[in-house]
Design a protein around this ligand. Structure first.
Ligand code: GLY
Length: 426
């Protein structure tokens, strides 16, 4: 495999598609324009939705770019080596031009001949309907095409839950997809309890190498055909870099090494250091794009990311004041998203105000947290009092319990909450 910087990976991807007749288009901002179905751009195709629907005509039938994405659906997986709440997606598209045959050929050649991924470590998944998506046929065609490049036992049938992509939001274009996985080797897992061929953490999806966009799903979940057959692909730039640079995680690639290492020196638990880095990086993108912490929609998601990163620092004995340094260091190494209009000083000021309030809350309630840890026990009544009387977010108490292996009193807590709601109604 070729050793490449992340910048080289990006340019190699774009040059390859440009040399194959694709027009390089600029990336969009992370805030969707005229798309109420999405809070954030979560895939390279999201800003191009209207091209798939033929509501507007693309500048070329073949396009490529890279796109900042925010995908909070993966939030519970952050801390492993390959999930992030924000990442950059390298993408390519065909709008009513080539379809499965050329798309798979383009993908295979780029991965093996240009990036040098060894063929014997690659797997491809193809869509097979398990009945959960009535009317969408199995994708035997892609399986046949892959046989030109990979042995049959490395072409894996996958159900709609894994291999039907989209729509990106409540409605929009979507279709069955074929994904390429790379085997990182036995040291990342030899088998799992279900004896799956693809083991998470060992076999990493490096590229959704073809979403065969033929369908449209509306808000009532009705499925219909698109006016034209299109291809959408998306590859996480950080995942490519992790593998080609032989790094332990997407957070440790060349571009992020300096801010990540600094955070990891201060937040010693590896999982938490990744969470703190990831959540601050995503918070920064949001703040730069004009989102402010609040109790609604995007603002609430931003607030939760900031709070969780501070929670991680607190639980790992890291001075909370350092969060400002962490954010500034990330900012020095992160490319600004398109449309970022908030000045750096304002970003810092909004962040320190939000983090300052949360830090004060943490300090104010430290004695209660220490008591829970010392006793190794938490009652529903105590958890409820923390939330209702002291304004401690429930998630924080859950994280504290997780860290110290204390059982969270689900039933008693729920009972107290329900009682409280009943009383408030009267
Ligand atoms: N749009 C394809 C993907 O995000 O995987």
């Amino acid at each position: 495999m070729k050793q490449m910087t992340t910048e080289e990976i990006k340019n190699t991807f774009l040059d390859y598609f440009q040399n194959n007749g694709h027009l390089v288009i600029p990336k969009s901002g992370i805030i969707p324009k005229n798309d109420p179905t999405l809070l954030f751009i979560n895939a390279g195709m999201a800003p191009l939705k209207d091209y798939f629907l033929q509501k507007t005509i693309p500048p070329s039938k073949r396009l490529t770019n890279y796109q900042d994405c925010i995908r909070l659906i993966d939030i519970d997986s952050i801390g492993d080596s390959y999930h992030g709440t924000s990442f950059r997606m390298m993408g390519s598209w065909s709008f009513g031009d080539y379809f499965k045959e050329e798309s798979i050929e383009l993908a295979f050649k780029l991965i093996t001949e240009v990036f040098g991924f060894p063929k014997e470590k690659l797997y491809a998944t193809v869509f097979v309907n398990d009945g959960t998506l009535p009317g969408v046929p199995d994708d035997f065609e892609s399986a046949e095409i892959w046989k030109k490049y990979l042995p049959a036992d490395r072409i894996i049938p996958s159900p709609p839950s894994d291999n039907f992509w989209g729509p990106p939001g409540d409605s929009g274009p979507c279709g069955p997809c074929t994904e390429v996985f790379f085997d990182r080797g036995e040291s990342f897992g030899s088998t799992n309890e279900n004896k799956d061929i693809l083991i998470s953490g060992r076999h990493i999806e490096i590229w959704n190498a073809g979403v065969f966009m033929e369908y449209f799903i509306d808000e009532e979940k009705n499925i219909s055909l698109l006016p034209q057959k299109c291809v959408d692909t998306g590859a996480g730039m950080e995942r490519f870099a992790m593998i080609l640079q032989n790094k332990n995680s997407i957070h440790e690639i060349d571009q992020y090494e300096i801010p990540f290492s600094y955070i990891a020196e201060n937040v010693l638990d590896l999982k938490w250091s990744r969470i703190v880095f990831d959540h601050l990086k995503t918070s920064l993108l949001m703040l730069q794009s004009g989102i402010k912490p609040s109790n609604q929609k995007e603002g609430y998601l931003l607030r939760r990311l900031i709070r969780r990163s501070l929670t991680g620092m607190y639980l790992n004995g890291c001075d909370l004041q350092k969060s400002n340094d962490f954010l500034s260091l990330i900012s020095e190494h992160l490319e600004k998203p398109t449309g970022a209009y908030v000045k750096d000083e304002e970003v810092v000021s909004i962040f320190s105000n939000e983090s300052g309030l949360f830090s004060k809350m943490l300090k104010r309630n430290k004695k209660y947290f220490d008591k829970i840890v010392a006793e190794g026990n938490l009652t529903g009544e105590y958890a409820f009092a923390l939330k209702a009387t002291h304004g401690v977010p429930e998630e924080l108490v859950r994280e504290l319990c997780n860290k110290y292996h204390i059982t969270f009193p689900e039933d008693d807590f729920l009972e107290k909450m329900t009682q409280h709601k009943e009383v408030s109604k009267k």
